[in-house]
Each structure stands twice: as C-alpha cells, then as structure tokens.
Design a binder for this molecule. Structure first.
Ligand SMILES: *[C@@H]1O[C@H](CO)[C@@H](O)[C@H](O)[C@H]1NC(C)=O
Ligand SMILES: *[C@@H]1O[C@H](CO)[C@@H](O)[C@H](O)[C@H]1NC(C)=O
Length: 448
C-alpha cells in the first residue's frame, strides 16, 4: 500500500516538470527556425527550454511504460537525465573533473556527479558575474543552485562590483574589464565564450595571462559548455530496432536553411556544387526557396519531406558544433550532413551513425553519389536513425558545475592559469579550407 502510494507520488512528481516545460513552451516565443544568424547568445543554463514538444511527449510515454513495471529503471539513472534520481552519494577525491585528469574528455558527467564530503561545514563560495546577472538569465544569491538541486550548491551568485575584492571566482563573458581592486591570491578568473574565434573580440594584451579557467564549447576548456550534450541511457546500448521507415513518403532530397551567404568556410560554394549532382533546396537569403522564419512548418518539412539536411556551421573551427546540427538536424527525422569541426570531433559529441561529414568524401560529386545510394536503399538510409531513443540531450547545468569546480579547486594539487589565453583560443583553431588541407592543425592564425 505504501509502496504503491510512493510510486504514484513519484509519478506525479515526475510529470510536474514535464507539464511545466510544456507550459513554458506554450508561453515562450518559439526560437526562429533559421538559427544561422538569429541565434541569441543564450547561456547554457537555459537549454531545456529550447526542447520541442515531441521530446517532452516521448518522455511521458517512456515514463508510463517503465512505471507499469516493477523494476524502476528510470529512477536509477543519474539526476540530470529526465526521471533520473541517482545523485552522487559520497565525495570522490579522485574524480576526473579537471582537464589534466582526463585529456580529450569533456568531463561534464563527472562534474555533474561531483559532490563534497558530508558533515563538513563547507563555506559558501561567492561567484561574481562580471557582465551582470541578466546576460546569464539567472537570479542572484543561491537560487540557481538550490532550484536546480545541484549536488554542490554551496555557492552564491552576485553582480555587485563591490564584491570584486572578496569573490572566490569572477566569471567574464566575451570581454575582460578588470575591476579596480587588488586581486586576492586565490581568486579564480574564468573566461566564457559562446561563439567561435571569428566572432569573439580580441582581449587587450594585459588580459592575456590573467585567466585561470576557460568555459567554452571547446572540449579542452576547464568547464566545457557545449550547445547540446548527448548522453546514452546505457553506454552499451547505442542502437535500437526501428519502429518505422524514416524514408517513407519523403519526396525531396536535400534541404538547407541559411541566411548568411558569406561564411568563411565557403559552405555556400560547396552547397552549390553539390546541387549540380543532387537536388538541394536552399531556403533563405542565399537561395530561391522561401519559408517564413516564424512558421514552424519549415522545420517540420525536414521530418516529412526531406531526406537530408545541410547542417553546415558558418566556420570550420575546432570542436565547433552548434544547434544547427543538434537541433535542426538530430532533433528532426532527417540525416544531417555536417561541415564545421573535424570528423573525429563530431564523432566525439554525436550519437553513433547519426550524420554524414562532408570530409568523408573527396568532394561534392562523391558525396552526392553516396546520397543517391542512400536515397535508393531504405535499409541503408534507416541505419542513420538507429540511435534515436537510446539516450537524450541533457541540461548540462552550467552553474552547478561552476560551483562544483570552484569548491573542488581547493583540493586541486596545482594552481593553473593560461599564459596566453588568446593563443589557446585562436592558434590553429580555425581554417578557411577543408581540414584535410591543413597540415597537422597548423592552420593560419586568422584575425577575428
Ligand atoms: C505516409 O503517408 C501515408 C498516407 O498519407 C500515411 O498513412 C503514413 O502514416 C505516412 N507514413 C509516415 C511514416 O509518415
Ligand atoms: C590564477 O591565475 C593567476 C595568474 O593569472 C595565478 O597567480 C594564480 O595562482 C591562479 N590561481 C589559481 C587558484 O590557480
């Protein structure tokens, strides 16, 4: 009787956030379908609101199935997965959360599962947001940490510059204007970038060696802040049998929504070459097809009419993979064709067998030939959708992780800072050509 009541309670508790999300989706203005240039610099913490409704609905059905069975498989998942309840139980002194602990890894899951030793009177860490609270969409004080149930929540946020002399960490977004106070010896300075090096301003020379940590989409940042983060529900289970034919009823080949026609990686030229060998419908300023930005049917066409979508980033930069791929591509029933980061960098962040990288082919003609083959072979085409339903895109709780890292730093063996943060950010990071034409990451240093 009690077990049953507890189950019902949990079921209700699980549905509440879903209903709230649905409500938020109704109230919020929809994100523009053409994200090429219209993307707002939204901080990572607002990610879940961008989810589409189908996503939330899927979770409800999956929850229902699980609740009807005895084994409560869902609640055993980590707390940052929908329905998950597993929280870090004890402090792990050797947790791999700093870059030197686990080179090549983004350490996001480890940071989310980090917690402090219990029964300790842990002091609150003060984090100063140099650009104000509004740019981050957060409230001051401890709200952000309590509301999100961060495993490490003993932090407070402030935007008051008078706290500059006493803050434990200062988070700078895109720019660095130092406060006119003496920097305490242990104060951690963090530099956050949302955009790629072409679209971030240079720092002044005196600001190059002052940062301890970076927070960017780059996987070698101290706090990695990706546009989206895919997590499998079970690392050993990366494929599912398909319940439908994703090729059914599709009559069109390649679609592309784009508004910036002068991207540095010459993606438009590539798309035009490709269109000589396979139909490519270019929507927006650079093409002849039109679909009003506000119309949700634009992205729906990807589910129903098109087989492929050009998820081309505007720049070829290291690790630079945005929602053009994660949202427009992966979160629709279409195979994304990608250009932006290197092939192994996509492989590190994408579900297995979920996309096609242009550099897997000698050029547009060879790519078109492969797409024609997929178009004729439904089994092969459908093999690009087997990852669906095996995991989810998570909220990476940026500020939970900042708080955890600031606390963990006291236990770190070494002090750390960037001797030239601009060299780290820019040197060899981007290329105007294909990656395979660059020699061992030594591309030309591009001015912003
Ligand atoms: C394809 O179209 C038919 C007829 O309109 C419809 O019954 C079917 O559900 C569609 N299939 C898919 C996968 O959308
Ligand atoms: C932060 O960087 C400064 C140099 O910019 C350095 O003196 C200091 O030791 C670093 N602090 C930590 C906690 O690593």
């Amino acid at each position: 009787m009690w077990a049953r009541a507890a189950r019902i309670l949990r079921r209700v508790a699980l549905l509440v956030p879903l209903l709230l999300t649905a409500l938020a989706l109704l109230l919020l203005p929809r994100p523009p379908p053409f994200s090429t240039s219209a993307r707002l610099p939204s901080p990572p913490s607002t990610q879940p609101l961008v989810r589409d409704e189908t996503h939330a609905q899927n979770s409800i059905t999956e929850n229902e199935i699980i609740f009807n069975e005895e084994g409560d498989e869902f609640s055993k998942r980590p707390w940052f997965i929908s329905g998950g309840e597993q929280r870090p139980k004890r402090h792990e002194p050797h947790a791999k959360i700093f870059p030197e602990d686990s080179p090549g890894d983004d350490r996001i899951v480890e940071q989310l599962m980090y917690t402090l030793p219990k029964d300790e009177d842990v002091p609150i860490k003060k984090i100063l947001l140099a650009n104000g609270l509004g740019t981050w969409g957060v409230s001051g004080g401890r709200t952000e940490f309590i509301r999100n149930k961060c495993p490490v929540d003993r932090c407070t946020l402030t935007a008051d510059s008078r706290e500059a002399a006493t803050a434990d960490a200062i988070l700078y977004k895109d720019h660095h204007t130092p406060f006119n106070v003496k920097r305490p010896i242990n104060q951690i300075w963090i530099l956050y970038y949302l955009e790629c090096p072409y679209h971030t301003a240079s720092l002044r020379p005196t600001s190059l060696d002052v940062f301890n940590w970076t927070a960017t989409y780059r996987r070698d940042s101290d706090i990695v802040a990706p546009y989206e983060r895919w997590v499998y529900h079970d690392a050993l289970n990366t494929e599912k049998d398909l319940e439908r034919n994703y090729a059914a009823n599709k009559t069109k080949k390649v679609a592309w929504f784009v508004s910036n026609c002068h991207a540095r990686n010459r993606r438009l030229q590539y798309a035009r070459q490709l269109s000589k060998f396979i139909p490519v419908d270019i929507y927006g300023a650079c093409g002849s097809h039109h679909c009003p930005r506000a119309d949700p049917n634009c992205l729906e066409m990807l589910d129903k009419e098109y087989k492929f979508y050009l998820a081309f980033e505007n720049s070829n930069c290291r690790d630079y993979v945005t929602e053009k791929f994660f949202v427009n591509g992966l979160q629709h029933d279409v195979v994304p064709i990608v250009m932006g980061a290197r092939p192994p960098e996509y492989a590190a962040v994408a579900p297995h067998n979920s996309y096609i990288h242009v550099e897997e082919f000698a050029g547009p003609e060879e790519l078109a030939a492969y797409l024609q083959r997929l178009d004729e072979d439904d089994t092969l085409y459908n093999s690009y959708f087997k990852w669906k339903g095996t995991g989810e895109f998570i909220n990476t709780y940026f500020f939970c992780r900042v708080c955890a890292m600031v606390h963990a730093n006291g236990r770190r063996q070494r002090s750390a800072h960037y001797t030239d943060v601009q060299a780290w950010w820019r040197d060899g990071a981007c290329t105007r050509t294909e990656w395979r034409a660059t020699r061992d990451q030594q591309s030309l240093r591009d001015p912003p």
